[in-house]
Design a protein around this ligand. Structure first.
Ligand SMILES: NC(=O)c1ccc[n+]([C@@H]2O[C@H](COP(=O)([O-])OP(=O)(O)OC[C@H]3O[C@@H](n4cnc5c(N)ncnc54)[C@H](OP(=O)(O)O)[C@@H]3O)[C@@H](O)[C@H]2O)c1
Length: 393
């Protein structure tokens, strides 16, 4: 057991990942300075974790309050360095970017990006940027997200902030080499925390009358379900402990439930393919007439195309690949330029199946082989339409 000479600041310790991290670190013999916003939370956590836990009360967007918190920690530390800073506090403000109020977008960036630097600046001297302090320089752990690398729709503000945090972390890691302070990113997938309950309570009714109306609630319900079945927050706490103590930490850790589907595959698939898969799953597409349409039908009829002018020929549609797979029979049409550029339909099909497994959920997309005769060209030269239910979810 380590002594309490190791001290770590954890922001947003009142619940979720911050709470789980404080719990793990206290159990490992670390002295934890946990930031909270309410006295009631300070009292609750002090009672739960005992003498190992010292609450610091500040809102991370309040620069003066953050610096007061750092002064309080400095007084408790004496002349020694801080072992670590875990930038965890954050919020999620979902909504379609086209309609999200700018004030909300700005606040998301303020909390999840700008304030992370405010906290970092305030505590950096304690981590070793103040060379007069005794002891090894500390490490900064920035809690990002899968959204720090992958841009899911309807969480664009959050994704923007987390992408920003990842970029900032990289620059910071290199800049802080001057002081020997390391910067490590942890990008969790779904973790079962109150962030999901908070998201559920958000009023999304302003989006109901937009083109995204039918889909926003659907996406939220899907995310809620995923989130509530995520890893427990202590799993992140254990990883934080590892990142703080291992002699040779990685620069980034991904802790993602269903890692292959939710992290590996979306990162290796061609982006356009991912777009199309997501669009199909969510029912995001533009009709050939120029009208936008959001569908949620189990049986999708209509536009099977997507090829450009002059390319959507019956002959090409006919080049469907029929694939037998343990989870079903697939036929992936192979008439886009992408197929031909990337090594042909076989390659495209294999990738498509992977994408579908990730995003369509089982049962996978089942496209029954479609005879040429059922396709009739529409007036628009961009696609073909069929009136049979040949595409099933
Ligand atoms: N849960 C997930 O699936 C997941 C996945 C990937 C990444 N993350 C990231 O993990 C971090 C923690 O999220 P969580 O899931 O643990 O959510 P959570 O349970 O809602 O906890 C968020 C924490 O941040 C604090 N906080 C929010 N705004 C703050 C502000 N302006 N100033 C100070 N503290 C503030 C909250 O304090 P109050 O109690 O005072 O509001 C709370 O302690 C976030 O950065 C989030 O983006 C979460």
């Amino acid at each position: 057991m380590q002594t309490r000479s190791r001290a770590v600041v954890v922001t947003g310790a009142s619940s979720g990942i911050g709470w789980g991290t404080a719990k793990v670190l206290c159990a490992r013999g670390v002295r934890v300075f946990g930031s909270v916003r309410r006295q009631a939370d300070a009292d609750r956590l002090a009672a739960e974790f005992g003498a190992a836990f010292t609450p610091l009360i500040f809102d991370i967007t309040d620069e003066a309050a953050v610096h007061r918190g750092a002064t309080q920690a400095a007084a408790a530390l004496g002349n020694t360095t801080l072992f670590g800073l875990v930038n965890n506090a954050g919020i999620a403000a979902p909504g379609p970017l086209l309609h999200q109020p700018i004030a909300e977008f700005r606040y998301q960036l303020e909390v999840n990006l700008v304030a992370q630097l405010t906290v970092t600046q305030a505590f950096a001297p304690l981590l070793g940027a103040d060379l007069a302090r005794q002891g090894q320089p500390g490490r900064i752990i920035n809690i990002s997200s899968v959204g720090g690398k992958i841009g899911a729709p309807f969480v664009g503000a959050y994704v923007a902030a987390k992408h920003g945090l990842e970029g900032m972390s990289e620059s910071l890691r290199r800049e802080l080499m001057l002081y020997g302070i390391d910067v490590i990113v942890i990008g969790p997938g779904a973790i079962a925390t109150p962030i999901w309950d908070k998201a559920e309570k958000l009023d999304l009714s302003p989006y109901e009358k937009t083109g995204y109306g039918p889909i926003v609630a659907k996406v939220r319900d899907y995310m809620m379900a995923q989130g509530r079945h995520g890893f427990p927050p202590e799993r992140v706490g254990e990883l934080v402990w590892h990142a703080l103590t291992t002699p040779h930490p990685r620069t980034r850790y991904a802790l993602v439930p269903g890692k292959f589907m939710n992290w590996v595959l979306p990162r290796v698939l061609p982006q356009r393919l991912l777009d199309r898969t997501l669009a199909k799953q969510l029912g995001l597409r533009r009709e050939p007439t120029g009208r936008s349409r959001v569908t949620g039908h189990r049986h999708a009829t209509g536009d099977l195309g997507g090829a450009g002018p002059g390319r959507a020929t019956g002959e090409r549609i006919h080049r469907c690949q029929r694939i037998s797979h343990p989870l079903g029979v697939f036929a992936i049409k192979s008439h886009s330029d992408l197929d031909h550029r990337r090594g042909g339909p076989q390659c495209y099909t294999a990738l498509a199946i992977g994408a579908l497994m990730a995003f369509e959920q089982v049962p996978l997309l089942r496209i029954t082989p479609v005879p040429k005769s059922v396709f009739t060209p529409t007036a628009a030269p961009f696609s073909y339409r069929t009136d049979i239910d040949s595409v099933e979810y």
